[in-house]
Ligand binder design. Structure first.
Ligand code: MG
Length: 454
């Protein structure tokens, strides 16, 4: 697919993602949906309202009425779609830098469109045979004032509040100026926690930090936890579907360790869990210990949700799934990743023991993540060929579900082109830091050399 990457359509606003482009893509989606009513929402990006207007026009032009939800986390838009049985358009670039924006298409069941559904929309988009209707049939619009409160109530209803409230916890929260700035402070307060915040004003310039919740962007939160009596630090990405944690002393908790701790509490024999090809050894170990089947997909949330649905159709329980970037699914709650709900589930474990103790058994691994930018298709292809050549000669198990993964027994390395940015990502994991760096550099160095030679 050229229009839709692994996590929707994203790019620099007004360069790649113009209002005209959004209007056409969303009109194509509206044509495929044939829905009377749809919903449109956006995150806090400066270009969000402009692109929301384009999406609304696109839907109205093909005869769809539109519910405007305003600024709301992506899981809030998904919950609205599911409760109203209407498809929805989310204008967001999730964790990408402030100049980015994008389109996420959500079906009437509240899940992101599957790869095959996106292909159908792309066909209509490319054929320019959209279903523009006569002026008499163009859609109407209305503003839904209580969409945010409905989302908050939905999260609170799904959480077992008593153990969290009884534990008398303090939460340090960093919603990163994103959409969850409007929802997570209230959610954690209503769960009975004392809440202190940083970067909690919605602001599309993202003055305090970039929207991606990675350790290097979260030093303010780490300091806040360390210098207060907080029991847990929670950070979200720009559209509030991820949660990353800090322990009670301000120590950063690797996303893979948090996922392993949550999975360890959740999984039982005969269950399955779904993760992407960059899955950590920590989750592999939890699956081995609990007798759970681990299913691997290409990287990208649509692949994971599609596989969960397939497993459900086979009658197999999937209590938890997701990635080590803080995007975790609890499918019995929702087939949407929800940063606030993930935070609440982690809090229910913290109610029993300090965060540092909870994740301690899942430490002991070192992860390396590198990225190599490219400026042209030639550079990209040369780098991928170099990775291919190195991997074919490697003395390791080779997986090519998405990019190339090499498992060496004591560690693994994966190289793959990003679905959302012009970079090739290299991931490695091993018990020893040197070993992880060595594994990553084999593919990284080969790719860099290939890029220089173009
Ligand atoms: Mg996101």
């Amino acid at each position: 697919m050229d229009v839709f990457g692994s996590s929707g359509t994203r790019g620099v606003a007004n360069e790649d993602i113009t209002p005209a482009f959004v209007l056409q893509v969303v009109a194509a989606a509206g044509t495929v949906w044939e829905a009377d009513r749809t919903a449109v929402a956006h995150d806090t990006r400066l270009t969000g309202r402009m692109l929301e207007n384009a999406a609304v026009s696109g839907l109205q032009s093909v005869g769809c009425d539109v519910d405007r939800l305003g600024v709301i986390p992506t899981p809030g838009a998904q919950a609205y779609a599911a409760s109203e049985a209407t498809p929805a358009v989310m204008i967001t670039a999730s964790h990408n830098p402030p100049e980015y924006n994008g389109i996420k298409l959500i079906g009437p069941d509240g899940t992101e469109l599957s790869v095959s559904e996106l292909e159908t929309v792309e066909e209509v988009f490319l054929s320019e045979s959209d279903g523009v209707c006569s002026w008499r049939r163009t859609g109407s619009e209305r503003r839904i004032e209580n969409a945010t409160q409905r989302y908050i109530d939905g999260v609170l209803d799904a959480v077992n509040r008593e153990p969290i409230a009884n534990a008398d916890l303090t939460v340090a929260l960093d919603p990163g100026h994103g959409a969850a700035s409007l929802t997570s402070p209230q959610i954690f307060r209503e769960l009975g926690c004392r809440v202190i915040t940083v970067n909690a004003q919605p602001d599309g310039r993202f003055p305090g930090r970039d929207p991606e919740p990675v350790e290097t962007n979260l030093s303010d939160l780490g300091r806040l936890v360390a210098t207060s009596d907080a029991d847990l630090g929670i950070a979200h990405d720009g559209d509030g579907d991820r949660a990353i944690f800090f322990d009670e002393s301000g120590g950063y908790i690797e996303g893979d360790a948090a996922l392993a701790a949550l999975a360890n509490a959740e999984l039982e024999a005969e269950n399955a869990t779904v993760a992407a090809v960059n899955v950590s050894q920590r989750l592999v170990d939890v699956c081995d210990q609990t007798g759970t089947t681990l299913e691997l997909t290409p990287i990208g949330s649509t692949y994971i949700t599609s596989r969960i649905q397939q497993l459900h159709a086979e009658g197999i329980a999937v209590p938890i799934a997701g990635e080590g970037n803080g995007g975790i699914y609890f499918p019995e709650y929702s087939l949407a990743r929800d940063g606030a709900y993930i935070g609440a589930r982690f809090l229910s474990l913290i109610a029993e023991q300090p965060a540092s103790e909870l994740v301690e058994p899942f430490g002991g691994y070192h992860n390396v993540r590198l990225k190599i930018g490219y400026g042209s298709r030639e550079e990209r292809d040369a780098m991928l060929r170099a990775v291919e050549t190195v991997s074919e000669r490697a003395d390791a198990d080779r997986t090519t579900t998405d990019g190339v993964r090499l498992d060496y027994g004591d560690g693994w390395v994966l190289a793959r082109p990003s679905g959302t940015e012009p970079v090739i990502r290299v991931y490695a994991e091993a018990h020893e830091k040197n070993r992880a760096e060595e594994l990553a550099s084999r593919l990284y160095d080969a790719a860099c050399e290939a890029r220089e030679s173009v």
